[in-house]
Write a protein that binds this ligand. Sequence first.
Ligand code: C2O
Ligand code: CU
Length: 455
Amino acid sequence: MKIDTNKRRLVLLISIVIVAISGSLFASSNIEIVAAKGQFQFPFFDTKTPVWQYNNQIPGPIIRAKEGSILTVNFANQLDEPTTIHWHGLRIDNAMDGVPGVTQEAIQPGDKFIYRLGLEEAGTYWYHPHFNNSEQLERGLKGVLIVEEKEVQPWSKELILLMDDWRLQKDGTIYPKFNTPSDLMHDGRWGNVPTINGEVKPDFLVNPGERIRLRLINGANARVFLPNFDGISAEIIAVDGRPVSKVFPLTKFYLSPGNRIDLDVTIPKDAGGKTFILEDRFPRNKYLLATLTVSNEPTVLPPTFTPQTAEEFIPAKIFDNVAISKTWDLNAFRGGKLGIGWGMNKQLWPESDRADLQLGQPQKVVFQNSSGRLHPMHIHGVFFRVLERNGEPAVEQFTRDTVLVGPKETVVIGLVPEHRGIWVTHCHILEHAEAGMMTAIAINGQDQNKKGNGP
Ligand code: C2O
Ligand code: CU
């Protein structure tokens, strides 16, 4: 009898310890996301614009969770067509990556899906559908996902700017033709109304002396931004979610669809009453995106600390004697479901010339753009480092998940796969992806014959 009780106590004790350990290692949180049709008020229309949105808002809710935690997303599809959610930039279990026909079945109207995300790396990410993308994102489905560092730094303020670009008609509706021949022959669907967090030229109120972490996310279908501040300096501290190896000033960073940058901006102590401009210098005529207006509040002392860097994160030197595993030639030709196909080695998704890579091995991959258009190439589930451009060494001081490959440009990247599965690789100009510009990297001989049903 006595032994029995002791045994029971021991078992109880062990289970308490297990709960305590798993509780601290895997804190978890739960959220609900619903995709549905709705209405959105743009400032210059008398009527509301019909949109598709997450949780009744444009953009979708900002999701925040801690590095090292598990985030459970209970997702419901109340649209009239199938959808999925992809967590852009996250390195997660392949089954949670949200690619229909590859990692899951498309979620049908009225159906639900539970995403369980193990958040390994802090940083700025975003989420969006991966079904009929060029239409679903353009109609409003997207949102920001912030994975917070375990140790929070004492920023005075954080600003999150999700950049977007809409093609609107005079009657207040979204231009209803998608993947037009003109979109396909050029750099996708560029709109006529750039927005930030759904607003046109928003103003952000800041205080003199504040040190601000400003997160810029390009969630547009196709538009490339070249963001710049006028009158104030900004340092890039993270690219595509990950801390840079070395902090550098924001002077000429092409923020293509999918890219994110985190900036360190200190408002000068004597700037009370001034307004600073965030502008886009990509087009010939630069234009205003947003303003920072400085209050006349008493100056705060800027907090002093050094933002994290990551020198040893996928360092360039590990690729020194590595041979090229795969070269993808990017070009257009007549054919495919839209009449103009954008191919990777002349294949149109779901036909594809896939790469087969080994887990844990440094690998080199080449994007060779034979066309005269832009291709922001994105790889799911990995971070990579740009090593060469047009045959010249061009090692970047940061890693990425999306790289803009310019007309006739060849870019060599290095990566180390750390998660098994099939990770799609595509142009983030969504009209190009819809026209076939997608393939996959299969890590450790995952099923090569599985066919997808669209990006
Ligand atoms: Cu934002 Cu498949 O990507
Ligand atoms: Cu492209």
